[in-house]
Design a binder for this molecule. Structure first.
Ligand code: BMA
Length: 861
């Protein structure tokens, strides 16, 4: 009886909500016209116009018209530098109905102009833009004509623009990754466009975000913020803050509802006054479903809709999709200094993930499908956090929507990296507007957990010799921006979210940025400092927000920008696609420390990925074992902006490098992590689960030929949110002389139902000292609904087994794994294409590590 009543009430509420939503399709007084058609572009001063794409930018327009060669191909980069030093013009014509001029307000909205843009409407200058990260709104009614109108945008070269300003100074602001005239600190434009140590220099210009013509009457909704006041299991007490721009005094009504019918629609009356104002409505969601980071729970989302009614009409509206969760950044004094941990819904979260850079040099190419492919790969690798690094862009809406859906927490840097920045009043005013715009744009996303002022600016000032290069006023400018304007904007517009001035920095300003006692840390002793991978084990950060190692993308990716004659690390083409001065040398040095010399180019690429993956596995498992002392491991870097040798785990085409497969294992919610020193082996189990888990730990010491030397089995009660050593043994007890070269430890953790929660292998010596056999790998391939199933078996231990099918596009569900004799492994090749079984079998190649070297490693015997 009761439940029937409840159902009726729910049905009624759903009906009311549906009616509400059906009436708020489009406000009556509001109209919007997208100006994305009919655009043309030309080099300023030239006669001829060419078709252009908006949103877009000039390099891709030139490419589409066949006016330049592919910027990513071979070493074309160097021949295209003139584009960034050139002024460009864009124009379109659009027709408006006579009625539009009768509307009370007509505005042009530019969601993003890259960067120094003079905008002319019917030849009148209406806007001078100078910041890629701001939105520009211009009242334009008086200039609009009934019928055809012309909109023209003149882009001045971002490089030439600032050279005169720089010439007036007696010092140069450092900009370590700017590969040109070091103009980038003076321009509010994506820093990586000027070059980086993984990216080419393409200084773009263009209308990179949509252009709209908006018309509205007495009022419009400017913004909607959903503020979370209190969250308990029983209720979420929320406030909808509706920002309204009104042009005359008027009685109005604001109504809010949720698409999920999470609370009864509500209405409040208000008095509008001319100008911009914010009205607030409190509401409560009963029995809220909480949003959790990936791996810790679900990601339920609620769509909240606000509608503004005035004069009996619906004049404006806005929707926001939110997730209900609390986020805190705890920095509590403890035995090691001060913690640095994100706490979501009261539960400390070990942050697992990496640093995100823009996924292309040409931003209009990053469409929803590419974001989805990359971010799903991030989620599949058991990550729960991305740091949107400060040398790129504030990403597009779709990025954050996907992070909300996938449970990927976002550490959001403001766009300042590895440079000092000017802070004249005009600079500060400009970046303040940028910060306000971006904070308001992104603050409703549940995935966003932190605002961070910059990347490595404080570290650069204090540690990279910049103090000798610049007057002290440059540091005062730093303080104005990162301890002044930015935290103030955050406190005003998004007070519930933590602000962190720089990555890395320490709790106390006086401390060394990136000290292990507090705050976050970037550790680059491995790689930049050429220290051995084992140096990772000496690090005890509170939160590691950068560490990494380069590798090459696979041959299939290299073939997309290079010809066979370029397949040499010293060739101009390969040198162009390696942006770190010592990059190739460092990869080689690290490789040869632990591996023999790979036989050929393809083997070198493959081994470089193994070196990277094994190195980061060592470092990351260590960081996870350190829990709770260390509460985050974000490696450098997730993705690439072009095909290149870099620190990424996903290459430019979204192909998984060995590291990404490794990451899925080393970030698994429960990790079994055996590690050793010269005398003993310790087997840790790390759990990010919120509840304890009953499991069985299986340890097998196996010779490469398959002979099992020793086995142990232990029931374990894996404590929630912990890292514990569950088993230790002395090497000299388990490993008779010589066995360290001939055997490996297989550690597996089985759940009560037999499911393997985590499996891990420990090799006791560097690869070049191992007596790895050349094993025979048999393969059986069968067709499946969306690809093929491949079962592999090895007669002896086969390490880092690598599958490719270069002629076909697809994804191996596992790769770069070890094959243990007597334990076949089945993986899938998933593809959208139709491939005949025989064709697939022909192209399928299976290699293991010993195939990369001329002589079998067993030659050491
Ligand atoms: C880090 C980053 C980037 C850089 C990377 C590799 O410190 O912040 O500036 O690409 O190092 O050198």
């Amino acid at each position: 009886m009761r439940s029937a009543r409840r159902r009726r009430i729910a049905a009624l509420a759903a009906l009311v909500s549906a009616m509400f939503f059906s009436t708020c399709e489009q406000p009556e007084g509001f109209s919007e016209m997208k100006l994305d058609q009919g655009w043309q572009f030309r080099q300023a001063g030239e006669e001829k116009w060419y078709p252009a794409q908006v949103p877009g930018e000039v390099h891709t327009d030139l490419l589409r018209q066949g006016l330049i060669a592919d910027p990513f191909y071979r070493d074309n980069e160097s021949t295209l530098q003139w584009i960034g030093k050139t002024d460009w013009e864009y124009q379109t014509r659009f027709t408006v109905a006579a009625g539009l001029r009768q509307r009370e307000n007509v505005e042009l909205v530019f969601a993003g102009l890259d960067t120094y843009a003079d905008v002319f409407l019917n030849d009148s200058l209406i806007l001078r833009a100078d910041n890629m990260f701001r939105e520009w709104r211009v009242a334009c009614k008086s200039l609009l004509r009934a019928g055809e109108n012309t909109l023209r945008v003149h882009f001045r070269s971002p490089i030439n623009e600032v050279l005169p300003r720089m010439a007036q100074l007696s010092y140069q602001l450092p900009a370590v990754n700017d590969h040109g005239e070091k103009t980038s600190p003076y321009t509010r434009k994506a820093p990586y466009h000027f070059g980086w140590d993984w990216g080419p220099r393409f200084v773009t210009s263009g209308i990179w975000q949509p252009v709209l013509l908006e018309a509205w009457e007495e009022a419009r909704v400017v913004d909607l913020q959903i503020i979370q006041n209190q969250l308990t299991e029983k209720s979420a007490r929320l406030t909808a803050a509706v920002e309204i721009h009104a042009t005359r005094p008027q009685q109005a009504e604001i109504r809010i509802a949720s698409a999920e019918n999470a609370f009864p629609p509500q209405t409040v009356r208000c008095e509008l006054t001319p100008g911009v104002q914010t009205h607030r409505l409190d509401f409560t969601i009963a029995n809220p479903r909480l949003w959790w980071p990936n791996g810790m729970g679900e990601q339920p989302l609620y769509t909240i809709h606000a509608q503004l009614q005035a004069g009996g009409k619906n004049v404006g509206q806005a929707s926001r999709r939110v997730g209900l969760r609390t986020v805190e950044l705890w920095q509590q004094p403890d035995a090691w200094g001060r913690s640095f941990e994100f706490v979501v819904n009261g539960v400390p979260v070990f942050a697992k993930g990496g640093n995100w850079i823009p996924a292309d040099n040409f931003l209009n190419r990053i469409d929803a499908a590419r974001y989805a492919k990359l971010l799903h790969a991030v989620q599949e690798a058991n990550m729960n956090m991305l740091r949107v690094w400060g040398g790129g862009i504030y990403e597009n809406e779709k990025f954050y929507e996907l992070c909300d859906e996938l449970g990927l927490m976002v550490w959001q840097d403001f766009m300042f990296a590895c440079s000092m920045y000017p802070a004249q009043p005009a600079d500060l005013a400009n970046l303040e507007q940028e910060a306000i715009h971006q904070v308001k744009r992104l603050r409703n996303h549940p995935s966003l957990v932190l605002w961070c002022g910059n990347n490595e600016v404080e570290a650069g000032w204090k540690g990279w010799g910049w103090q000798q290069q610049c007057p002290d006023s440059v540091w005062q400018d730093y303080l104005k921006i990162f301890h002044g304007v930015l935290p103030k904007v955050c406190a005003t517009y998004d007070p519930a979210r933590p602000y962190w001035p720089s990555s890395p920095t320490s709790y106390n300003q006086e401390d060394w940025p990136g000290s292990p006692n507090s705050g976050d840390m970037h550790y680059w002793g491995v790689w930049h400092g050429a220290e051995p991978f084992a140096a990772y084990l000496q690090q005890t950060p509170r939160f590691m927000s950068e560490y990494g190692f380069q590798s090459f993308p696979q041959l299939k990716t290299i073939k997309q920008f290079a010809l066979p004659e370029d397949y040499d690390l010293a060739s101009p083409v390969m040198v162009t696609h390696q942006k770190h001065g010592r990059g190739n040398e460092l990869i080689r040095t690290y490789t040869l420390r632990e591996f023999p010399e790979p036989t050929d180019f393809a083997s070198f690429l493959y081994v470089s990925q193994i070196v990277q993956a094994e190195g980061l596995k060592l470092g990351t498992e260590h960081l996870r074992r350190l829990r709770p002392r260390c509460m985050g491991a974000l490696y450098w870097q997730i993705d690439d902006c072009w095909p290149v040798a870099s620190w990424s785990s996903l290459d430019y085409y979204g192909r998984w490098k060995a590291l990404h497969y490794f990451a899925r294992r080393f970030f698994s919610p429960i990790l079994v992590s055996p590690h050793h020193d010269s005398t003993k082996v310790e087997v840790y189990i790390v759990s990010d689960e919120r509840a304890p888990v009953a499991a069985t730990l299986h340890l097998s010491l196996i010779e490469f030929n398959g002979k099992v030397l020793r086995q142990e089995e232990r029931p374990v009660w894996v404590r929630a949110l912990s890292s514990t050593n569950y088993f230790s043994f002395n090497k000299n007890e388990w490993l008779p002389a010589g066995e360290e070269q001939r055997a490996f430890l297989l550690a597996e953790l089985h759940a009560a139902n037999g499911e393997v929660l985590s499996a891990n292998t420990l090799l006791f010596k560097p690869v070049k000292e191992l007596r790895l056999p050349s094993s025979q790998i048999s393969k059986q391939v069968t067709a499946t609904a969306n690809g093929f199933q491949i079962t592999l078996a090895a007669d002896q231990f086969a390490s880092h087994v690598f599958l490719t099918a270069d002629e076909h596009e697809g994804f191996f569900t596992d790769n770069y794994f070890h094959l243990v004799p007597g334990r076949p492994v089945t993986v899938e090749f998933q593809t959208e294409g139709k491939i005949a079984l025989a064709d697939f079998e022909r192209s399928l190649q299976v290699k293991s590590l010993t195939d990369a070297f001329a002589a079998p490693l067993a030659h050491l015997e």
